[in-house]
Design a protein around this ligand. Structure first.
Ligand code: ADP
Ligand code: MG
Length: 692
């Protein structure tokens, strides 16, 4: 690992635990590994799901039905009954009241354990039964009279088949007794952050005192939980921010702001930049002038005008005699970018080339040669841009649209094409702030938080499939009045063949339904030139109703289209629905999105439709989506490099994320020794550095 600012020369950090210090046989190790436990430290950080209060005894007569309690009683009778089914029935008394206990599954050893005269402690719920108070399958322990009660709540851990609570508890107790669990953070810092010490926090969570607040423990809002969550988030921030710093130590081409081509583009536009576009552009322009590689994520809601900002960035590179590559995840999106950027840039004398995997051999050869000679200033394409046979003459900036759709391999291929080109990543799907502050903390982030003026918000309607006729009438009427519409086919995730079949069928049906309209079809299996033709026809208003699969989800830009029908909207994810809906409402006409749904609706589908109906702001939709699904799907390819957070919750612990970010930057800047130690404790072998 190169140049870690936190490391002092001679002093190796004291490792709180090595990774192979688990003393257990192979079978147990395997089971523990299933729980993600490979070291003693992992055991100490394997935290309880909930607790059982066995610290006090409840007289039988005082047990409240439905509340688990610990009772103590002496066995009076113990009998195995065979009717109606094999059951172990035990009668006990605590002197004042009787208790009947039943076990449906039991071992002979248990029968022995419950011989008359034995004193038992039973943990479970007491319920009124046929003969009197009753317990079914309580937790049982044989005790002698006056045996001491535990001093802390009994933890219940997440476990796996073949590993009992008692087993697991034993391992964890041993780990807690033998590990140092010393603090990685200075007392003064903890005081300032109002956080408790590490060791005490860990111990408290495993062995809470009887008066600990069970709700705050189980809801993970207890101060001890906060300390652990903070530590976890701090480790994440350290790793990401160190990667960030490491990158800033590298050299990249400096591209000064010359304001020749960039200003020319701004002047040629029929509209002014929005305030938010100006701000994002100013930041990027500054970044490009720096001698180290930019890694900036440009975020903005659908239609906020990210492409224009990307175009300006490209021109600054071109002004400085560098080449630019723009990579998009699909052919159709790459082509849209090509059309738009060629339209803006070629009048300024900047050669823009489209390189698609499916170009005819000759055209492809020409494109590659133009890129190789440096004649092409801006090359646009899918990942075909970074395949072996493409060599850039002087690549200075790579723009990646829809960055989350690209995997690590593609990003590395990209990096290998220029010494260290600057990178501008764009995200069509807004990323909630907490997510960009945590998992994206190795990047700089700019947000375009404003839409160009004059847009009328899209009205969304949820319509039951049974009212399809009304929808058809609406489409007919709108198209007659000169509007254009999209009709989005149902999504069939399981099979691409079925998806295609459905698209073709929908197309045929709609042609019959609308005999007087020009209906077009675009889907993922069309050849690029066929696709281009359909899109061009739609743009030129030769097609009024465009039947489409979700290939139009991203980037497609036809401002005159003001109506969209989405079939089987209940099958689609929120990001997808928001993206689709963003295809309309791009012009000044009032736009409408009709979401057709089929009953019955699952709870999630219902929740999603409600969110999309009630919200138009992509960031808010993203936030709610995060709540609904967790961060996994947002991270896409990024996830493979970054361990998910175990303890912290992006939504609920947003304040801790901010605190961790500020603390991490401060400690790294101060070259604190604690950085290394803390990373070691929390990430150990799993330590990761994202290469973005
Ligand atoms: P997205 O952020 O979703 O990629 P686009 O870059 O496709 O958005 O922009 C959406 C539309 O808005 C395009 O037609 C674009 O030309 C137009 N646009 C961009 N910036 C402005 C602006 N400042 N004023 C008016 N229209 C703009
Ligand atoms: Mg876009």
């Amino acid at each position: 690992m190169a140049a870690r600012p936190g490391r002092a020369a001679a002093e190796p950090p004291a490792s709180p635990a090595t990774r192979d210090d688990l003393v257990a046989g192979p079978a147990i190790r395997e089971k523990l590994a299933k729980l993600g436990i490979v070291s003693k430290l992992d055991l100490a950080l394997h935290l309880p799901l909930r607790y059982e209060d066995e610290t006090k005894l409840t007289p039988l007569a005082e047990a409240v039905p439905g509340e688990p309690v610990l009772v103590e009683a002496v066995v009076v009778e113990c009998e195995v009954k065979y009717r109606p089914r094999r059951t172990l029935v035990v009668k006990l008394t605590d002197g004042a009241s009787d208790l009947w206990v039943r076990f449906l599954n039991f071992y002979p050893s248990q029968v022995k354990q419950m011989e008359p005269g034995r004193r038992l402690r039973l943990y479970g719920e007491v319920r009124p039964g046929f003969f009197g108070a009753e317990m079914v399958h309580p937790k049982v322990r044989v005790v002698s009279e006056g045996a001491p009660l535990p001093h802390s709540l009994t933890p219940v851990y997440p476990t796996t088949a073949g590993l009992t609570q008692a087993n697991l508890r034993g391992f964890i107790e041993h780990a807690l007794d033998t590990l140092l669990l010393d603090d990685t953070l200075e007392p003064a810092l903890l005081k300032r952050l109002a956080l408790g010490p590490f060791r005490e926090s860990v111990l408290l969570l495993h062995r809470p005192p009887p008066d600990a607040d069970p709700v705050r423990l189980e809801e993970r809002t207890h101060p001890a939980w906060r300390r652990l969550k903070f530590d976890e988030l701090l480790a994440q921030q350290f790793a990401m921010r160190l990667a960030y710093r490491e990158r800033r130590g590298k050299a990249a081409p400096r591209m000064a702001e010359k304001h020749t081509l960039t200003s020319a583009l701004v002047k040629s536009l029929p509209f002014p930049l929005t305030r938010a576009q100006k701000k994002a552009w100013a930041t990027i322009a500054h970044d490009l002038g720096q001698p180290h590689p930019m890694r900036r994520l440009l975020q903005g809601d659908v239609g906020s005008g990210k492409t224009l900002v990307a175009a300006l960035a490209a021109l600054q590179a071109v002004e400085n005699d560098f080449q630019v590559a723009l990579m998009a995840p699909t052919e159709i999106l790459a082509e849209q970018h090509y059309l738009k950027l060629a339209h803006w840039l070629e009048p300024l004398g900047v050669k823009v080339t489209w390189l698609s995997g499916s170009l005819k051999a000759r055209a492809k050869k020409n494109a590659i040669e133009a890129i190789g000679r440096g004649e092409t200033r801006l090359a646009i394409g899918t990942h075909a841009l970074f395949q072996g046979d493409v060599a850039f003459h002087r690549l200075g900036l790579a723009i990646v649209d829809e960055q989350h759709r690209f995997g690590v391999a593609q990003r590395l291929a990209l990096a290998s094409k220029g010494a260290e080109p600057h990178q501008l990543m764009m995200s069509a799907t807004p990323i909630p702030r907490t997510l960009s502050m945590s998992y994206y903390a190795d990047l700089d982030v700019s947000v375009i938080d404003e839409l160009p003026p004059g847009r009328t918000p899209v009205v969304t309607k949820l319509v039951d499939e049974s009212r399809r006729d009304e929808v058809v009438a609406r489409v007919r009427e709108s198209c007659r009045e000169g509007a254009q519409a999209y009709w989005v086919c149902p999504l069939i995730e399981e099979s691409e063949t079925l998806q295609l079949k459905t698209a073709l069928e929908t197309f045929e049906t709609l042609k019959t339904t609308f005999p007087d309209l020009a209906v077009g079809l675009v889907h993922g299996r069309l050849k690029p030139d066929e696709k281009a033709e359909v899109m061009a026809a739609f743009k030129a208003k030769r097609v009024q109703l465009l039947v489409a699969t979700t290939v139009i989800e991203v980037g497609v830009d036809v401002p005159n289209a003001s109506l969209m029908v989405i079939e089987h909207a209940e099958r689609m994810g929120l990001a997808q629905l928001h993206q689709l809906r963003g295809r309309v409402g791009r012009g000044t006409a009032k736009s409408l999105a009709i979401l057709l749904y089929h009953r019955p609706l699952s709870d999630t589908a219902r929740a999603r439709l409600k969110i999309i109906y009630e919200n138009t702001d992509g960031f808010e939709i993203a936030r709610q989506d995060l709540l609904l699904r967790g961060p996994g799907e947002y991270l896409g390819a990024r996830q493979s490099g970054a361990p998910l957070l175990r303890f912290a919750d992006l939504e609920r612990d947003a304040d801790l994320i901010e605190l961790a970010r500020a603390t991490a930057d401060e400690m790294i800047a101060a070259r604190s020794h604690a950085v290394e130690r803390h990373l070691d404790r929390w990430l150990g072998q799993r330590q990761f550095y994202l290469k973005a």
